[in-house]
Design a protein around this ligand. Structure first.
Ligand SMILES: NC(=O)c1ccc[n+]([C@@H]2O[C@H](COP(=O)([O-])OP(=O)(O)OC[C@H]3O[C@@H](n4cnc5c(N)ncnc54)[C@H](O)[C@@H]3O)[C@@H](O)[C@H]2O)c1
Ligand SMILES: *[C@@H]1O[C@H](CO)[C@@H](O)[C@H](O)[C@H]1NC(C)=O
Length: 488
């Protein structure tokens, strides 16, 4: 990622703006003095002042280009007095790891345009947020592989090991997908991206994920899943021309404490069991608003416990595998009624097919005014699950077999920490509308995961039953730089 300097064009724009400020100040000064002094000397004074001001501005520009760039940059978005407000707003919402000034410049724009350009006829151009994340990486690779244009965006936050996100970014770069290091709350950056590349679609996956972490860091959920979602919708609705169609990740967690299985899209979603679920539910309401007012085409996808290679270290299958290898105890939850917790584990390749199917069938955004001619823009929501819930104890048994080692299990009653006892998807809508059909059993999927896991962390383990698969071989063997214990 080239870090941009200030281009000649930027500098010229800056100069023009400063000149305007300078002459405005001089005009005021002239008004104040003209009453006291005769007009001839006032003209002289005026000219001298303008010259002196310009000289000062010139010197200032020479010595503090970065300072000037920053204030110009912020006031451009905030609009006058709002500039200061937007600056503090931004720093509040964005994680410290994001580098808001690392974009812009001719080389950067060229890189973005190239990454966004489809290589096949009729290919789409997609902005993928959360592209260095688990699902984002797989979707970006799949889109690129079939000839679509992809630009990724991710803030590389440290909720889990950022070196894993960087490794995914390196994999994406090797396939020609650029990932911008930025926060979705950076509205200026989003506007700039849409100016540079006319994205036809946005696959919005950036979010603060994880159910239990919401009790530790509630505001990060609001910042990324509510404010960040609004930021993406705002740019798509008001700035992008043409408006893109948006597909975004909601979650099966919106079904909360429901017990009617399988979960269908029209079941109630008003009893979230965690703040994470509540922010996803809020997102679905916000999606309705942006569809209704601005004619944005929006599709929400309710993912069910997605797992696989390049997965998330904060999820049970991943940290159970780590603990089993390290010989550390694992904790399993039993529902209050004594039954094992069950999950509708869904393999990443199946989810990717669902995401691409949703993108391919997304209708066009219609804008707020053309709604009558072309009908309302689509507002859709789909479950993407596996349709066969498996007890978590069974998942552990499969891992034990693959890793050739017994887990040291502790079984306790599920605490009220946001987890739900079971999930089970009804995917008939996704099947009907874009042929979604999950085909990967938990046994086969976990084999792919363990295969990757052992290679990525360079573990000295023979995977059971000669089950190594040729697929999913990481393009680059990454060092186990982040040792196993550090990887969460
Ligand atoms: N994996 C699952 O089982 C699952 C289930 C239901 C829903 N989801 C949803 O699917 C999406 C993708 O999930 P994932 O499993 O790939 O998670 P992930 O954490 O691996 O990916 C999310 C990515 O978004 C980035 N990000 C977070 N906040 C950001 C911000 N403010 N600005 C820019 N980037 C930001 C993170 O750095 C991360 O790389 C998320 O919206 C998640 O809530 C996932
Ligand atoms: C799944 O959802 C469809 C559509 O809502 C419904 O017709 C069907 O009965 C549901 N299946 C089950 C098993 O509940």
């Amino acid at each position: 990622m080239p870090s941009s300097g200030i281009t000649a064009v930027d500098a010229a724009a800056k100069g023009m703006k400063l000149e305007r400020y300078a002459s405005g100040g001089a005009l005021m000064l002239r008004r104040a003095t003209s009453a006291k002094i005769v007009s001839a000397s006032s003209h002289l004074l005026f000219r001298a002042t303008v010259l002196a001001t310009l000289a000062l501005v010139f010197l200032f520009t020479l010595h503090y280009p970065s300072l000037l760039f920053r204030s110009f940059h912020l006031s451009a978005g905030g609009g006058g007095p709002g500039g200061a407000h937007s600056a503090s707003h931004r720093s509040l919402l964005m994680s410290s790891s994001s580098t808001s000034a690392s974009y812009g410049g001719a080389a950067w724009e060229k890189e973005m345009r190239q990454s966004a350009r489809p290589s096949r006829d009729g290919g789409i151009s997609v902005l993928v947020t959360g592209a260095a994340g688990f699902v984002g990486t797989h979707c970006s690779l799949a889109l690129k592989a079939r000839g679509d244009g992809v630009v990724g965006l991710d803030n590389f936050n440290s909720y889990y090991d950022p070196s894993l996100k960087r490794a995914r970014q390196a994999l994406l770069a090797s396939r020609g997908v650029a990932v911008v290091d930025a926060d979705i709350n950076d509205g200026l950056l989003l506007e700039k991206l849409f100016d540079v590349a006319a994205f036809t679609h946005v696959l919005h996956l950036a979010a603060q994920a994880g159910v239990r972490y919401a009790m530790e860091a509630p505001q990060t959920y609001v910042a990324s899943n509510v404010a960040g979602l609004v930021s993406v919708f705002e740019v798509a609705a008001k700035h992008a021309d043409p408006q893109p169609a948006i597909v975004w990740a909601s979650s099966s967690s919106v079904y909360g404490l429901n017990t009617d299985a399988p979960f269908s899209e029209d079941h109630r979603t008003d009893r979230p069991a965690s703040l994470y679920a509540a922010t996803k539910k809020a997102g679905e309401a916000i999606a309705h608003t942006y569809n209704h007012i601005y004619g944005l085409s929006i599709t929400g996808l309710r993912f069910f416990t997605v797992y696989g290679p390049w997965g998330r270290p904060d999820m049970a299958y991943f940290f159970f595998a780590r603990s089993i290898v390290a010989g550390e105890p694992i904790t399993l939850f039993r529902a209050a009624d004594g039954s094992d917790a069950r999950r509708d584990f869904t393999y990443i390749d199946d989810v990717v097919k669902g995401c691409l199917g949703a993108l391919d069938t997304a209708g066009k955004s219609t804008g707020s005014k053309s709604g009558k001619k072309s009908g309302p823009a689509p507002l859709r929501v789909y479950n993407l699950g596996n349709t066969s819930p498996v007890p978590v104890t069974r998942m552990v048994a499969i891992l034990e077999k693959l890793l050739g080692k017994k887990a040291n299990k502790r079984i306790v009653t599920m605490p009220s920490n946001g987890d739900v006892p079971f999930t089970h998807a009804n995917v008939s809508h996704a099947a009907h509308d874009f042929g979604y059909r999950p085909t990967t059993s938990l046994e086969a999927g976990l084999r792919h995961f363990v295969d990757w896991f052992v290679q990525y962390y360079k573990l000295d383990i023979k995977i059971a039953k000669g089950a190594r698969s040729a697929a999913d071989k990481p393009a680059k063997k990454k060092k186990a730089a982040a040792a196993m214990s550090a990887a969460s």
